[in-house]
Design a protein around this ligand. Sequence first.
Ligand SMILES: Cc1ncc(COP(=O)(O)O)c(C=O)c1O
Length: 464
Amino acid sequence: MTRPFSPFKTIIEPFKIKAVEPIRMTTPEERKGILSQARYNMFNIHANDVLIDLLTDSGTAAMSSEQWAAMMRGDNAYAGSNSYYRFEAAVKDLTGYKHVIPTHQGRAAERILFSILGGTGKVIPNNTHFDTTRANVEVSGAKAIDLVIPEGKELRNRHPFKGNMDLLRLEEILKDAGSGQIPLCLMTITNNSGGGQPVSMQNIRETSAICKRYGVLFFLDACRFAENAYFIKLREAGFENSSPKEIAQEMFRLSDGCTMSAKKDGLVNIGGFLGMNDEDLAQQARNLLILTEGFPTYGGLAGRDLEAIAQGLNEVLDEQYLKYRIRSVEYLAEHLSAIGYPMIEPPGGHAVYIDARGLLPHIPPDQFPGQALCSAFYEFGGIRSVEVGNAMFGYCQDGKEIPSTMDLVRLAIPRRAYTQSHIDYVIEVAEQVYQFRDTLRGFRVIQQAPVLRHFTMEFERISD
Ligand SMILES: Cc1ncc(COP(=O)(O)O)c(C=O)c1O
């Protein structure tokens, strides 16, 4: 009898667990009190009071034994440490960039880049700017514009590459711009603010060609480059037989540089870098780096952090890891969808985004339906999620709420941190919340900051 090839449909976590961190169990009664004390803001809850923490996939990965071993090799020489050269070699092997500048995280790379290339009167296009990217562009005095394709804004449109740049609009804007007005065009892979949606190789290639034609630098915001590469392998004709590393190398080859938060696909808890080919730009970036981050061979990181990134960039491209990673997000999305949750479809690479406004039509946007759903997930099951809606993108003008266009709740999956039974528990909790959805109530704001209000906002529940 011939044995069937790979007959099992369960995709197991392609690792076993060597170190564990206990989860403190809490009861719904306890969590009610914790929520009220935190003024219903998920950022105010102590991590120790959370059972499953899906607040973010950033900096929350579990490191491998090889990464911990590499950290022991960390060389903390102020200048020219061995760890820097290992880190530089790993980044160059992946990206091919001539210059590699470490930073303490992604936004530090952004601040340096836009301090040089931004400024009043400048315009920076992107498929969609992440909030720190937009903030750093705007702080420089420049204008940030988002040019994702229209399908990327339709919640239930199942376009395979919803992160793609709208090439016609990009070309129009470049054609109309004054000389030097657009120094740089960015492409965020995957497109976090659009739901973690991928960008196709064809779109990266065409964006790169348009930028070249207009003499504009083309940079990737590469935080989730490996997840993007795997989506290309799964969904784009011609890449079925390429390895994720070959695909990633091609994406980087088409660009002039990148900003990178290694807290995502670097599989580390802190770190980032700026990569580029332009000699003069790199020199200016190093000069700014010294001012706030540190000497160019450590950039605000310890030698051990550089070692962990070098190893993480290698591990993240393992095909078995990426298969498990993308499938585990899809698994959660499939089950939530079967329960009846409306969401961004198809799911992206790092998170499931639930349409809270669609789920809770009895709670008007100015009463924060996303906030109501986050609170219910926490109260029912100790699950921490994050509101991506009116609290994050709406604002208050003359005492009146100006709501955002959508109210989403993001369940972001930390890398290698949770097993399938944790996710099955999340699904069970979601099932119960769904049954009680008509009983959930909205919130009113009792305190808020003028900018980035969602981090510190305080709420009270509106009762019947
Ligand atoms: C697309 C994108 N760009 C930039 C950043 C900023 O990176 P960091 O948090 O490391 O500063 C993030 C973080 O979530 C991100 O998702």
